[in-house]
Design a protein around this ligand. Structure first.
Ligand SMILES: [Zn+2]
Length: 136
């Protein structure tokens, strides 16, 4: 996957609580964060992975859900008018929002956006892995 979406400046700022200019990657997998104050630090790639999930899980709490059918949810955020639909499938959840589509384009194996996390919670699952373990 392209790294800009995953190892983003925004994510680096959330992780480090500092102003970030850019993020660069080394061939050995190390992530370098260049701060606006000129300093440079390495950040554990796992921190980005955790942030990716945590950030979306946190945002999912603002989502209002309406279950249309057994496998279809209408999702609306408390602040925006636009309604997104999440389809529940045995091998994952599908959403029609930009974040989900970018994750798919970026070749994430199982995209999961804030809408999907809201639906997962409604299904009684704490994570996508948790959901995939559910018997059907
Ligand atoms: Zn979504």
């Amino acid at each position: 996957m392209s790294n800009n979406y995953f190892f983003s400046v925004r994510a680096a700022e959330r992780i480090t609580s500092k102003k970030v200019k850019r993020v660069s990657l080394w061939r050995n997998g190390a992530v370098l964060v260049h701060f606006k104050d000129g300093k440079i630090n390495t950040v554990d790639p796992l921190d980005f992975q955790r942030d990716f999930v945590d950030f979306r899980q946190q945002k999912s709490r603002e989502i209002l859900l309406r279950r249309i059918t057994k496998t279809l949810y209408a999702c609306k955020s408390a602040v925006h008018e636009k309604v997104y639909s999440v389809v529940v499938e045995p091998d994952g959840l599908r959403c029609n929002c930009k974040d989900w589509e970018i994750q798919l384009e970026e070749e994430l194996q199982r995209p999961c956006c804030k809408h999907c996390y809201a639906v997962l919670r409604d299904l009684g699952c704490s994570s996508l892995q948790d959901y995939l373990k559910m018997p059907f």
